[in-house]
Design a protein around this ligand. Structure first.
Ligand SMILES: [Zn+2]
Length: 288
């Protein structure tokens, strides 16, 4: 069943679990994510960054809508890190049920202004809006970007931002970074800041850069009240490492149906682990 983010995360927020948002960069990843989410009876968010949308094009969005409508689990199709109005319009036109506008690197007032514009554009079409306050870090190996120094979300400013923009969900910066952390980089989540934001802000909160954080920290963040966690690198690493292995072991392979099944299996394994970690297993039943 296809729905928007507001309706999806309201239930997560009330029931203490987080819905995983997986970046779907190809049709094989879509297959892996949908198969495992259905097997786990878990709600799921299929998301694409602007670059991924430009790469897979509208035909894959049509497939996502088809899969979502056919499935008994709730599914949201979400634009990750939209950085301008045109890409937001393209996503809404293509049938996304949720969009993110990320103007977190702009001055505060400009972030408020552009987020308001996107809300005015999206809400009449029943599309929900995610915005970001503070900045997500970079690891240097992700296409998603970020900034070198994480600026933590200010809880007071978060209240003001939500009030002024009418946004449905808010991505907060509490010390995560996009990509896979290099060996010498030890991420520490500032769960104390998360708690302060949670105490003041009622709308569902989102965690970006959730790949390769310590499982205990992520589980704790879910307990405090994160309702959506973005996962991109982790599922892609699993998929393509297996792909590389299969191709190296079988130099004669050229058929997708020979090459990909093992990769899909490896990817599903990571998807399943995230669903369990976020306490989302079997939670699709809450929507029926
Ligand atoms: Zn992100």
């Amino acid at each position: 069943m296809l729905m928007n983010m507001k309706d999806l995360l309201e239930v997560a927020n009330k029931n203490g679990f987080a819905v995983p948002a997986f970046n779907i960069g190809s049709d094989q990843l879509l297959k892996a994510v949908m198969q495992e989410s259905i097997a786990k009876n878990a709600p799921v968010i299929l998301e694409l960054s602007p670059d991924e949308l430009k790469f897979v094009e509208e035909s894959l969005i049509e497939s996502m809508i088809y899969e979502a409508k056919k499935a008994s689990i709730p599914v949201v199709i979400h634009l990750d890190h939209g950085d301008n109005i045109d890409i937001v319009k393209r996503a809404i036109q293509a049938g996304f049920t949720s969009v993110m506008i990320d103007a977190s690197k702009m001055p505060y007032d400009a972030n408020v202004e552009i987020t308001k514009q996107v809300v005015a554009l999206a809400h009449p079409k029943n599309v929900s809006v995610e915005a970001e306050l503070g900045t997500i870090g970079v690891t240097g190996n992700s296409i998603e970007g970020g900034t070198k120094d994480v600026i933590y979300t200010d809880p007071e400013q978060a209240v003001d931002f939500v009030e002024k923009t009418g946004v449905d969900t808010l991505a907060v910066a509490i010390g995560t970074a996009h990509g896979i952390y290099p060996k010498d980089m030890k991420p520490e989540l500032r769960l104390d800041i998360l708690q302060k934001i949670k105490d003041k802000v009622e709308i569902p909160l989102v965690l970006h850069g959730g790949s390769s954080n310590k499982d205990e920290e992520i589980a704790e963040a879910v307990k405090i009240g994160i309702s959506k966690i973005n996962i991109s690198s982790d599922i892609k690493v699993a998929f393509y490492e297996k792909c590389r292995e299969v191709l190296n072991a079988n130099p004669g392979y050229r058929e997708p149906l020979e090459i990909y099944p093992e990769s899909i299996k490896a990817c599903r394994c990571v998807v399943g682990n995230k669903i369990d970690l976020f306490n989302a297993t079997d939670k699709a039943s809450l929507y029926r």
